[in-house]
Ligand binder design. Sequence first.
Ligand code: NAG
Ligand code: NAG
Ligand code: NAG
Ligand code: NAG
Ligand code: NAG
Ligand code: NAG
Length: 804
Amino acid sequence: MEVFRLLLLVFSLSSGVYTVQSIPGSHADVHIVYLGHNNGLSPSLTSESHLQLLSRVFTKPDEATEAILYNYSCGFSGFAALLNSTQASTLSETEGVISVFRSRMLELHTTRSWDFMGLNLHTQMEQSSQMHLKFGGDVIVGILDTGVWPESESFRDDPHYGPIPSSWRGTCVKGDSFDPATACNRKLIGARYYLAGIESELGPLNTTGGEEYRSPRDRVGHGTHTASTAVGSVAPNASYFGLGRGAARGGAPRARLAVYKVCWYKDLTGRCSDADILAAFDDALCDGVHVVSASLGSSPPLMPLFATSTEIGAFHAMQRGVVTVFSAGNDGPDASMVQNVSPWGLTVAASTIDRRFPTVITLGNNATVVGESFLANGMMKKQLVESSSVFSDGTCTFDQLINRTAASGKIVLCFGTAGPVSSEGAALAVYAGNGDGVIFADTISRKSSQDNFWPTVHVDLHQGTQILYYIRASRKATVHVSSSKTVVGKTPAPVVAYFSSRGPSSISPHILKPDVTAPGVNILAAWPPKSSPTVLPLDKRSTDWNFDSGTSMSCPHVSGIAALIKSVHPTWSPAAVKSALMTTAYMDDDTSDVMLAGGTLKAADAFDVGAGHVDPLRALDPGLVYDVGARDHVLFLCALGYTAEQIRQLVLPGSSLDTSCPGGGGGAAHAADLNYPAIVLPDLSAPVTVKRTVTNVGPNRGAVYRAAVASPQGARAEVWPRELAFSPYHGDTASYYVSVAPAKPSRGRFDFGEIVWSDGFHRVRTPLVVRVTNLPDDGVRAAAAAAKGDHDSRGATDDLQAAF
Ligand SMILES: *[C@@H]1O[C@H](CO)[C@@H](O)[C@H](O)[C@H]1NC(C)=O
Ligand SMILES: *[C@@H]1O[C@H](CO)[C@@H](O)[C@H](O)[C@H]1NC(C)=O
Ligand SMILES: *[C@@H]1O[C@H](CO)[C@@H](O)[C@H](O)[C@H]1NC(C)=O
Ligand SMILES: *[C@@H]1O[C@H](CO)[C@@H](O)[C@H](O)[C@H]1NC(C)=O
Ligand SMILES: *[C@@H]1O[C@H](CO)[C@@H](O)[C@H](O)[C@H]1NC(C)=O
Ligand SMILES: *[C@@H]1O[C@H](CO)[C@@H](O)[C@H](O)[C@H]1NC(C)=O
C-alpha cells in the first residue's frame, strides 16, 4: 500500500498537480527589501537602520522586530520580513529602497527532479589533472545547495592540505547529526544552513527518521554531488555499482569547501527560498569565499535583476572580486528559456562526455539490439510483452495499469511517444504491476538515470519498433538483457544536452547567455549513502557515488575551473575570469553539436553553448581579457534605467568613481556597450559601431594581436584597428571597434559570426551574434499603426527596458 501512495504522489508531482498556493493581500508573506550596498557601515548599524525603516510600516516597534527573518547586513544591505501587501508597497516607495519583492521558491537544476536528459562523457578534464592537483589550495569555493555529506571520501582531510587560509572568517555550525569537530576539517572549512525563509513559507521541516536534518548535512544528495564535482579530493576506485569505475575528483581538487545549505528536501527534490539564498550570499561574502557556485534558479518569466536573490547576491559578489557561477537551467531545447542571465554571473550550459553504457538486448529470435542502461546485473531469459497487454490504453502509466499482477515476471516494452510518459513513470508503473523490467523506446536524447531503481533499458524509436514487430510476430516473445558495459572515448562528444536551457536571454538579449558549456550529463560524483541514488523511498539501494545530470552538474565544473584560475591569478576580477573562460572556450564543427529529438545532431550555436565548451588549461593563459570596471557597471545600470541616486546605492563608492549617467538619464548608454566577451546585436536595422577594450594578461607585454573576422550571414562586420600592439610604455589595455551593418534585407533571423584576435600563440575568440531586422514585419507594423490611434504608447522596447 505504501508503494501505491508513493506512486500517486509521484504522479501528481510529475503532472504538476501539486502547487503551493498562498493568497496575496492582507496575509503576511515573506518579502525581501533590498537596499544596495551597506555604505561601509558595520553589520549592527546596518541592521539597526533596517529596523528603523521597517518600523514605519508597523504600529509597534516589537512587531517590526518580530517580522524580520533576516538582516542582510554584512555583504550588502537589506532584510527579509513578513509583510502584507500594503506594507510592501509602502516600503517600495520609500526613498533608499531599491526593490521589494516576494520571496520565491527556486529549484535545483538537476534532471533528478523528474525531467529528461541525454547521455555520455569527456576526457579533457583528465589532460589537465597535473595542474588540477597542483593549484587551488588557497582558494575557497562556496556552494549554495542542499548541504554536504561530510564523511564522503571527496571531503576528507589529508596531510597535503596546508593550514586554512588566514583570510577565512567563516565557520562550521553545529546541528542535527552534524558535529563540526568531526565533520569539518582542512578541506571542508565552512558549513552553515538557512531555514527561516522556507519554514515561513512551507511550514516546519519534517526531521522524523532522517527525513531532513536541521544542519548542513545533506538529505537530497545534490549538494554533496555538486560540491565533489567542484572541489572534491581525488577518490580512486569510485563507481556506481561497478559502472563508470575510475578516480572521481573535482575541477579543483585542492580547493577548500564552504557549504551553505539553502535547499531542503521537498517533493522528492530540493526547494530553496530567495530569503535563505540571500542570507547565504550575505554570509559567504563576509566569510571570504572566492567563488560561489549555485546550481539553482527559477524558470522564465525572469524577474528584474534586482528583484532576484541570486542576481543581487552575485552583483555584490562581483563588486568584492568574488566569481559567481550559475547553471543555465534545464528547460531546453526551446529558445529563450535560459535563467540567471545577469552580466555579472557566469551561466553554464550542459554537454555530454564521451562515456556511454551500452546494454545488449537479445531477443528470442537471436536478434540483438544495443540499448543504454545502468544495469549492474543482467536479466536472464524473460517473457517480453508490449505495453497494451499490461496497460489498458497502452501508455505505461500507473493509472492505466490493468491490475497489480498484470506485468508479473515480464519485461514490458513501452513507448515514450505513446502519451505523456517518462521513463521514470514507466519504470514505476511496471514496478507497480509487479513486472521485472522495462524497455523504453523514445527519441534518443531523453535517456535518464533516474529510472534505474528498476531495470530500465533505453532504446531509440527505430530499435523499439523492431522489438515491437518481433513481439507481434512471435507466439511467446522472450528477451535476455546483459549487464551494461562502460565504454569511453568511442562516442562523439561534447554534444549539448537536450535539456540544457538555451538563449537568447528573455530580459537582456544583448548579453550573450549562456556564457559557456561544460560536462553535465551522467556525471559521477559523491552521494550520501543514506539517501538512495534516486531519492525515491521505494529505492532501497545505497551508494557512495551516483550519476546525475543537469546544468546543476556543469555549473560546479566551471566553479572548479574558476577556482584554479583564481589560484593562479588571484588579482583577476570576476569579469576577467569569465572572459578567460569564454575567449578560450572551444567551438568547432566536429565537437560542438546539439542533440536533437530523434538522436540526430546539428551544429551548436552561441545560444546553445555561449562562447563554447570550457578548456581549463587554455583559460589559465587567455592572452587578452575583457575586463569590466565600476564605471562600466554604472553605464550598464544607466542603460537599464536606474537613476544616478539608485546607482550610488548599488555600486560600491570608489574614490573617483563617476556615478552619473551620460546625457543625465537612463537609456542613453547602450547595454551592448558593456565590455562583455561576446557581442550580440539582437535588433540590427542600421549600421552600428560597438567598442571593446582588451587587457593584455599574457607573458609578453609587447605582444601584437591581429584580428580575423567572420561576419554573420546577412551582415558585414569590420574591426578597426586590425592590429593591437601592446608595449610596456603604452600600457596593457587597448580598444577596438566593430562596425556591423545589415548586408541584405532580413526579417529577423539570428546569425553567428566571430572576431578572433591572435598573437600567433593565443587565440582570443569573441562570438558575434546578429539579428538583422531591416525588413519590417508588415503585419506587426500595421497592427502597431492601428493601435497608435487608441493610445500613445511608448512602444514595446521602452516598456521592456522599464521592466528590466
Ligand atoms: C498591513 O499591516 C498593517 C500594520 O499591521 C495594517 O495597518 C494594514 O491594515 C495591513 N494591510 C492589509 C491589507 O491587511
Ligand atoms: C535585525 O536587526 C534588528 C536591529 O538590530 C534586530 O532587532 C533584529 O532582531 C534582527 N533580526 C534578525 C532576524 O537578525
Ligand atoms: C515525516 O517523515 C516521516 C519519515 O519519512 C514520515 O513517516 C512522516 O509521515 C512525515 N511527517 C509529516 C508530517 O509529513
Ligand atoms: C574497488 O572497489 C571494489 C568495490 O566497489 C572492490 O571490489 C575492489 O577491490 C576495489 N579495487 C581497488 C583497487 O581498491
Ligand atoms: C539462437 O542461438 C542459440 C545459441 O546459438 C541456438 O541454440 C538457438 O537455436 C537460436 N535460436 C534461433 C531462433 O535461431
Ligand atoms: C491481471 O491481469 C492479467 C493480464 O491481463 C490477467 O492474466 C490476470 O488474471 C489478472 N489478475 C487479476 C487478479 O485480475
